[in-house]
Design a protein around this ligand. Sequence first.
Ligand code: MOS
Length: 757
Amino acid sequence: MPIAAVPEPKANMGKPEPRYDARLKVTGAARYPSDVPVGNPAYAFLVTSAVAKGRIDRLDLADARAVPGVLEIFTHENTSELKGGKFGEGAGTSIDKLGPGIAHDGQIVAMVVADSYEAAREAAYKVKVTYSADQPSATFDSDGVKVEDATKVSEQHKKLPTKGDAEAALAGADVKIDVQYATPTQHHNPMELFTTTCVWDGDRLTVHEPSQFVYGLKNGVAQRLGADPDKVHVLSQFVGGAFGSKGTMTPRTALVALAAKKLNRPVKLVATRDQGFTIATYRAETRHHIRLGARRNGKLVGYSHEGWEVSSRPDPYVVAGVEESAHLYAFGAVATKVNIVRADRNTPGFMRSPPVVPYIFALESAMDELAEKVGIDPVEFRRINDTMTDPIEGKPYSSRSLMKCYDEAAAAFGWKSRNAKPGSMREGDWLVGWGCATAVYPTHVGVATARVRMLPNGHVRVQTAAHEIGNGVYTVLAQVAAERLGVPLENVTVEVGDSSLPPAPVAGGSNTTASTSSAVLKACDAIRDKVLHSAATANDSTVGGQAVSALKLDNGMIVAADGKTEKLEDVLKRAGVIEAYAEFVPPGVKPEAVGQLYAGKSTQTGGPHGEYLMYALGAEFAEVRVHALTREIRVPRIVGAFAAGRILNPRTVRSQYIGGMVWGISSALHEATEIDRKRARYVNDNLADYLVPVNADIREMEAILISEVDDKVNPAGVKGLGELANVGTAAALANAVYHATGVRVRDLPIRLEKLLA
Ligand code: MOS
């Protein structure tokens, strides 16, 4: 059932408005949390564990304390008032103590606070920790890892998709493949480091920290401190790179808050780049065993996908991407399983498109392998297996434009002149390869609230505790309010990133635009009703005495059915400030979820979980050039076409798609965290050794926006897309590298040494 009519784009929604915050960002006026000046700050520096497993036997702080300017050193011996417990999921949620137990390399064991950053750092280097160390388990195949069935230990993944008898279907398939894939550990490395500044005023605490969920942080910190959440205020108005790394509370925040309280002075922590590898989230390494079978005509008959993911000892974090991959094509029979491999590591967590990036890399590589084996063009192979209904439960897609994406991207790319034979498109010393793959991301929508005020001068203030993580939320909310209230865009002020505003969901799962614009639309509609009501009931109104239903608000005018008009500003002059607060609860979600949101728990629905399958989809085509002798790999162009419901702002959307594909190139060819298996320690924990693409690695990138109307996903008709575009890129590139060279690389990243065999 449609839940509301989708309004046609007119004034602002759908226009490529420049980013609301662009000027602030390019002029340096945007204040990131650690930029906010606080009076008389003390500076913190972390000391992190040099072993991955064991315990602290002794702390010798004498030399550290002797450094001039040191105020205090916080360790497990003087922070016992920090409460334990679990708040949210993801990085280190269970490791809330500084010791003496050590659960992973780089765990926070002490924090020095001093009058200057330099003094704190010098003293931190002089903290002597004596450990009893045990042999840690680092990753897959390490001694001592514990392998568990995810459905037995993960609250979120108790049941995984299955359909029919996949074993029998695969046994009877005409053509099949049985292959293994792997993806590496990846670390976030946002431009903005992990920072926290805490300031107390009596019993009131202000936390400046980049966050994707200010209500989660506020409630989580209050829980750790045993404080009243209403007395904790979190501010995060700009975030310099988040992508999941700033979505869950991590152990540092409550520690800085406690230090500031004990010292009765603001304390500021800016963790170092290498510390960011172990005090925040990362994408864990995965392995996949895929069996895929088809009839000779290309029709799929069976899909079996077993995944393995590394996680920590205390937290069973797992992404279980088969929950998304199993709905993607008309597979026939489906069998899925996910294993958690528990090692002595910090808990992994969200990283852009967490479930789909590794699992769709594996599936879309397998689709390419099977297409070749059955002798069908990879685009046609996907067309044969396209579906408008769920292969698992038979429910319909709310909308699905996958083949339209393939057709438009293929045309723009020039796919029809591809010679299917690997190694056949050589140009001089360069082997040319063309590959494609599907991008898919579940459409999430969450419980959200917003307050909108219309002032007598016609200005509008939109308030919601959403998060500007590059998603463009300032811009799109301004557009939504301007359009719904018929005012110019420049009359709208948007406030987000502040836990004193009405709560918005965690900026995760690409739900922000859909959820918050639904709440803002609702509040604007309530304001419009109040304006019309005021116009209809006032004695001195030119449209007074008319039925409210006979009035419309259009472009700053109240227009009656009989043609009479009144200026909006005249109504507002009489009525004063008109304010509305709205709560948006998506269908299928219980109303209590609003109270839970205030308490720091975000509820989302969508993807495979509702009456309809809700997904944004895309098709990506990549060209690679591999040098015949050196095997150097270049990516001259990528073309992606994406369908994600209604587009509120093509400019901000395009930048999400381009950024996503750039990250996809990074995943395919560059990124990997190297792990010292003996010490369970990250080796390349700096931007010199952790490889990411630079400008010279990125050539032509084209993002085609496919129009799509979906009246079922949410009132705004919006599908989240911030995480969509980096999903298909790695497989498209792997498929292109195979086409260029005839070498199938199944473990990312594809670096030239893997092509030198
Ligand atoms: Mo995104 S990884 O869901 O913050």
